[in-house]
Write a protein that binds this ligand. Structure first.
Ligand code: FAD
Length: 362
């Protein structure tokens, strides 16, 4: 914590689950002024429910993945949905329809026993390949490589028309996998990431929220100061004493710190921005650095001038001025063990609030 300064105001950019959970956590930490700036006209971000007369249709987030997480903690989405009274009393009893595989270009299901066997073999081989990739220690191997090898091996074991059907089943399952992983190519997904993601969920329970995930977002936003149509275009976080934000409509906002939650955040330095040190660390060293606390990373940075005495810094910069940031990033992508999920978003928001509180006092 920094001196006795108590943080008075924080702006949270984005009203998805990361932004809403960051804002709620900051309010719990008794930060007097927390404002959420949202580009659109609703809260929830990628949670978007179409409320039709006869049903709620999810256009984004659909399931609470697991009632608990891999480490035994209650899934924060489950907790929040329960707190808001949005779940039935026994969500684990939810029954799902079986998936049916159709004939090409037809509504007729695949039903011949020998064809059903091929469908089952292809789906099993796919799942086994994903499981094997999870257990793979080779950090450089992608999920795509593991799947390609498994698909070839399956085709070599089939005869007649079976490989064609197996390829169709495989292509469908592979698309589903990419949709779940949020990637255009499984070759971009390290096998090791699949293992980490799997550790995020305990058990196979996937529960929908009958009233829709938008209701959960509404419940989380209840009582928060959310301003809509505020697309943040510029953040000046280098000056003192705080941060200044400018929106597309030209509105200006000021606060002591900012939490940025939208994905693909581009943070560019401009005149007056602080100098930023960037380091690329890969392989086993990256895993070691990832296990360090932020304080340990800062201490490591301060050792650099001792290791490289000839290193000269640009004028105005000093190794002693490594300071805590007024800008913290959050969003599902920043949850290393459950990226791509609503729980990842919620946990990243809570972590951002905690980081600010530790750095600036709350
Ligand atoms: C189709 C689909 C299905 C999914 N299914 C599931 C599921 O079943 N279970 C699950 O757990 N997860 C699921 N997910 C993932 C889950 O929806 C996301 O991980 C989570 O909602 C991300 O939350 P977030 O707050 O990190 O980001 P977002 O929800 O993207 O929130 C970012 C917010 O920032 C706003 N914003 C963007 N730019 C600006 C700006 N410049 N200024 C101000 N505001 C800005 C956006 O409008 C948005 O409201 C699914 C995702 C999709 C797309």
């Amino acid at each position: 914590m920094r001196g006795r300064t108590i943080m008075q105001s924080v702006i949270v950019v984005g009203a998805g689950f990361a932004g809403l959970s960051a804002a709620r956590a900051l309010e719990r930490l008794a930060v007097p002024r927390v404002i959420v700036l949202e580009a659109g006209d609703r809260v929830g971000g990628r949670a978007h429910t179409l409320r039709l007369p006869e049903m709620s249709l999810e256009l984004g987030t659909t399931w609470v993945h697991g009632l608990r997480m891999g480490d035994g903690r209650v899934n924060p989405v489950f907790r929040a949905a329960q707190d808001a009274g949005l779940l039935t009393t026994s969500p684990e009893q939810t029954v799902w329809d079986e998936a049916t595989f159709l004939q090409p270009g037809s509504r007729e299901p695949v039903s011949a026993p020998e064809e059903l066997l091929v469908v089952a073999r292809a789906l099993t081989a796919f799942d086994e390949a994903v499981d094997a990739a999870r257990a793979d220690d080779d950090a450089s191997r992608s999920l795509g490589e593991a799947l390609d090898a498994a698909q070839l091996s399956l085709a070599a074991r089939l005869e007649g028309a079976a490989p064609r059907l197996a390829d169709r089943v495989w292509a469908w399952r592979e698309r589903l996998q990419r949709a779940m992983d949020g990637t255009a190519s499984s070759h971009d997904v390290p096998a090791a990431a699949i293992a980490r993601y799997a550790a995020a969920v305990d058990g196979e329970v996937n529960v929908p929220i009958p009233a829709g995930f938008a209701s959960l977002a509404d419940a989380m936003a209840d009582g928060l100061d959310v301003r809509f149509w505020q697309r943040v275009e510029h953040i000046d976080w280098g000056g003192s004493p705080g941060v200044r934000l400018r929106t597309a409509s030209g509105d200006a906002w000021e606060a002591e710190a900012v939490v940025v939650t939208f994905s693909g955040a581009e943070i560019k330095s401009g005149p007056g921005s602080p100098l930023t040190a960037v380091a690329w660390v890969a392989g086993p060293e990256a895993r070691s650095v990832g296990a360090l606390s932020d304080q340990q990373v800062l201490e490591g940075l301060r050792l650099l001038p001792k290791i490289f005495p000839t290193l000269s810094l640009p004028s105005g910069a000093s190794w002693d001025k490594v300071t805590a940031s007024r800008l913290v990033l959050a969003g599902e992508a920043l949850a290393p063990d459950c990226f791509g999920t609503a729980q990842g978003a919620i946990l990243s928001g809570e972590r951002a609030a905690q980081l600010l509180a530790e750095e600036w006092g709350a």
